[in-house]
Design a protein around this ligand. Structure first.
Ligand SMILES: Nc1ncnc2c1ncn2[C@@H]1O[C@H](COP(=O)(O)OP(=O)(O)OP(=O)(O)O)[C@@H](O)[C@H]1O
Ligand SMILES: [Mg+2]
Length: 426
């Protein structure tokens, strides 16, 4: 394979899922209420009897995926929620086995997948650094050389001798990232962990990934942040429903992906239902409140209705919400200040309204997260995030005389409305 470092051939990953065709949440509640035994019994019932009964279904999270990555490539992996991105990274990191096909990976891989992989909870930060280095095949002396840099990057000096299970999720991810990026892997695999840290740490991570890539190491990076993908990657694999939709140069593929989001081509509700599988809490529906559910006239509030379903008791939750423009860049965000709780198997509907946002005419899409841990960015972490829904249009006001009615996309995404202007003649 000469300079090919990763070769993926006809890769497939099948999961068996138990689910319900209609009213999934209500029935899931009933199933849980009936106890574990009856879950087993119900799941084993033959398929297709009554539509409202739980059924067992084979589900291909990845199907027929083939591609090659060369030494030094910086590859972005993008796609809607549930497209199979994390599954692909887990297979490449050998955390899970493929059902069909095969992969060949040449070189030492350091991967940073979701929180919890790679570290041993009972061991201290210090011990985990050495353990991870050893797993990567480094000598003690090599690890020692990198040790201070890792600790400084992660900003965990004070907690080095604390078991990592006592870390906040922010600290945990900082250390995990620092270890993965500094221990000189030949291939660095990163799955969206940047979403967890605060803005400053995210910036630091992106900088570090860029540095690693410029040293000739191969980088695979999953993100919903098209700005980060465009800045870091020279090549993109676009996954849709478990299959490769397109592979190619970053600019072209990002543009295709964003155009698809804006056209709402995917069956969103089905996608949401599948993407939330296995998570503690998930969005079961996200809607824009407007006559057609797709457009809002400039200057009117942006109104969303969010439906959340939780499998367990959760406290101190807040909603994060962002808006992305048609180039895929995040143009603004909020975190709700008022927190709320959810009981096990509870479905909750929330209304979120953004007032006085003078979003310019154009196409946009939203992203939402459910976070635990309040407003403090160092302790808050996302339990669930959905990006790309809803996509909507801001319509110009129609009197034809003002700047809004004639808005040009080169002028940006915000109309400055409340200004003061006067001729100053002294
Ligand atoms: N252990 C599992 N059992 C059953 N289904 C699973 C399992 N893990 C993942 N899936 C399903 O496989 C599909 C692909 O999941 P994956 O996590 O790879 O998506 P993703 O592209 O990373 O999505 P996201 O953008 O939300 O992170 C989803 O529909 C998911 O629900
Ligand atoms: Mg994922």
């Amino acid at each position: 394979m000469s300079d090919t470092v990763i070769r993926v051939e006809n890769l497939g990953k099948k999961y068996i899922i138990g689910h319900q065709k209609q009213e999934p949440y209500k029935a899931l509640r009933d199933v849980i209420a009936n106890g574990a035994k009856s879950v087993g019994r119900q799941l084993l019932k033959p398929l297709g009897k009554k539509i409202s009964e739980p059924t067992v279904e084979e589900f291909w999270a990845l199907k027929d995926v083939s591609f090659e990555i060369k030494q030094g490539d910086r590859v972005g992996i993008i796609g809607r929620n549930g497209a199979g991105k994390s599954t692909l990274l887990k297979i490449l990191s050998r955390i899970t086995e493929p059902t069909t096909g095969r992969i060949r990976v040449k070189g030492r891989v350091a991967s940073l997948l979701e929180v919890g992989t790679g570290f041993h909870p009972e061991l201290t930060g210090r011990e985990n650094i050495f353990l991870n280095g050893a797993i990567l095949g480094m000598s003690k002396a090599e690890i020692k050389r990198k040790f201070d840099e890792i600790v400084a990057f992660a900003e965990v000096e004070r907690f080095l001798d604390t078991p990592v299970k006592r870390y906040s999720s922010g600290m945990y991810v900082r250390l995990a990232f620092a270890v993965a990026a500094h221990l000189e892997p030949e291939i660095l695999i990163v799955d969206e962990v940047l979403a967890v840290g605060d803005a400053q740490f995210q910036k630091k991570c992106l900088g570090k990934i860029g540095e690693v890539a410029s040293e000739g190491q191969t980088v695979l990076f999953v993100s919903h942040n098209m700005g980060a993908i465009s800045a870091l990657c020279d090549k993109v694999v676009f996954l849709a429903k478990g299959q490769v939709q397109e592979i190619g140069a970053t600019d072209r593929i990002v543009a295709t992906y964003v155009a698809e989001i804006l056209q709402n081509k995917v069956d969103d509700i089905e996608q949401l239902r599948l993407a939330g599988y296995g998570k503690k809490v998930r969005f079961s529906d996200i809607r824009l409140v407007s006559d057609d559910g797709l457009s809002i006239v400039f200057g009117k509030p942006i109104d969303y209705i969010l439906t959340i379903y939780s499998k367990c008791d959760l406290y101190n939750l807040s909603i994060g919400s962002s808006i992305f423009n048609s180039a895929g860049n995040c143009i603004g965000s909020l975190i709700t200040e008022e927190t709320f709780s959810l009981h096990a198997n509870q479905e909750l509907t929330l209304k979120l309204t953004i007032l006085n946002l003078s979003l310019a005419p154009g196409s946009y899409y939203a992203g939402f997260s459910i976070g635990e841990g309040g407003l403090d960015a160092t302790s808050r972490h996302d339990l669930e995030a959905v990006i790309g829904k809803p996509a909507f249009q801001i319509l110009p006001m129609s009197d034809g005389k003002n700047i809004v009615a004639n808005w040009n996309s080169n002028w940006g995404n915000i109309v400055f409305k409340d200004i003061s202007f006067r001729l100053d003649t002294n």
